[in-house]
Design a protein around this ligand. Structure first.
Ligand SMILES: NC(=O)C1=CN([C@@H]2O[C@H](COP(=O)(O)OP(=O)(O)OC[C@H]3O[C@@H](n4cnc5c(N)ncnc54)[C@H](OP(=O)(O)O)[C@@H]3O)[C@@H](O)[C@H]2O)C=CC1
Ligand SMILES: O=C(O)[C@@H]1CCC=N1
Length: 272
């Protein structure tokens, strides 16, 4: 965070993703005074950060180390029209789904250092996963700087082919929502099975947390972890049979879900 604290970070758009990243970076040693946020409707949390020294809707400083674009892809054209200043050494990082590097090069020039990042919201707890892809001008030190920034909030994967980012969005960008939807479904199913909602929620949450920890520890192959729960002729086998035999089955359903997100990302890129 040293270079950022010296030369500054600008964040354009501090909604759900922008605020998750900013909160984690502030917690990791980014100084409030080093951050300028442009956000038309600041949340109470953001106003609290401004009271601690963050520069809210102030002029963009000259030549900031990093400028992060975290507005909706549909707003990006308008947003780029509003950004003015000296960005000779600035690294541009966009977290927008859809908006391709070619769009930013057309707006900023091919010499601009641009890294496209696809993070996810667990970054708030420094448990995110981000995929990064850099333009030609950002290879080397700028990409390494972006990698350091995202490593501060979780795990980083580097992509060499920008086209892969659509599938990444479908899997890990949107992915936390699939997990949360699954927990909601488990709670509803627990209620249908006769449990009180509070108890069903605690059981669903703690099951997810425990199972996720086993995967995170690389305790065993995921298939082995599944098999270890599945006693022959027992209850889990009866349950998993429903996943396998329903129409569409679980794999086909999840595949369609990931593809829908990926396809929307491609659609947004075509609109950029
Ligand atoms: N949410 C997620 O899990 C993830 C999101 N992303 C990407 O992050 C970006 C933001 O998504 P998300 O945080 O969910 O969306 P939000 O709508 O929560 O955040 C966008 C923010 O930008 C603000 N904004 C709008 N216009 C401007 C402007 N001209 N200048 C500055 N700020 C502006 C919006 O204000 P207002 O609401 O008033 O319009 C809003 O607060 C998107 O591009 C998305 O693809 C990437 C990975 C994961
Ligand atoms: O829903 C969206 O468009 C963004 C991108 C990935 C997660 N949220």
């Amino acid at each position: 965070m040293e270079a950022l604290n010296k030369n500054g970070m600008v964040l354009i758009g501090c909604g759900r993703m922008g605020s998750a990243l900013l909160a984690a970076w502030l917690d990791t040693g980014l100084a409030h005074e080093a951050v300028t946020v442009v956000e038309p409707y600041p949340s109470d949390w953001l106003k609290e950060q401004a009271a601690k020294g963050l520069r809210l809707n102030a002029d963009i400083p000259a030549n900031p180390a990093v400028l992060i674009l975290a507005t909706k892809p549909q707003m990006m054209k308008e947003v780029m029209g509003q950004i003015e200043g000296d960005f000779a050494d600035t690294l541009f990082i966009s977290v927008a789904a859809g908006t391709p590097i070619s769009f930013f090069e057309a707006e900023l020039g091919a010499d601009a250092k641009i890294v496209r990042v696809m993070p996810n919201t667990p970054a708030l707890l420094k448990k995110g996963v981000s995929a990064l892809v850099a333009n030609k001008a950002a290879q080397g030190a700028p990409l390494a700087a972006a990698q350091d920034l995202m490593t501060a909030v979780g795990v980083v994967e580097i992509l060499t082919d920008e086209e892969d980012i659509h599938a990444v969005i479908g899997l890990s960008g949107s992915g936390p929502a699939y997990v949360f939807a699954f927990v909601e479904a488990l709670v509803a199913a627990g209620k249908d099975a006769g449990l009180e909602e509070d108890l069903a929620f605690r059981l669903a949450r703690d099951t997810l947390v425990g199972a996720a920890a086993m995967i995170g520890d690389n305790f065993a192959e995921v298939a082995t972890l599944r098999e270890n729960v599945t006693s022959p002729g027992g209850t889990t086998a009866a349950a998993l049979k429903v996943f396998a035999e329903s129409e569409p089955n679980l794999n086909a359903l999840v595949s369609a879900v990931v593809k829908a997100s990926k396809d929307r990302s491609i659609e947004l890129a075509e609109m950029a």
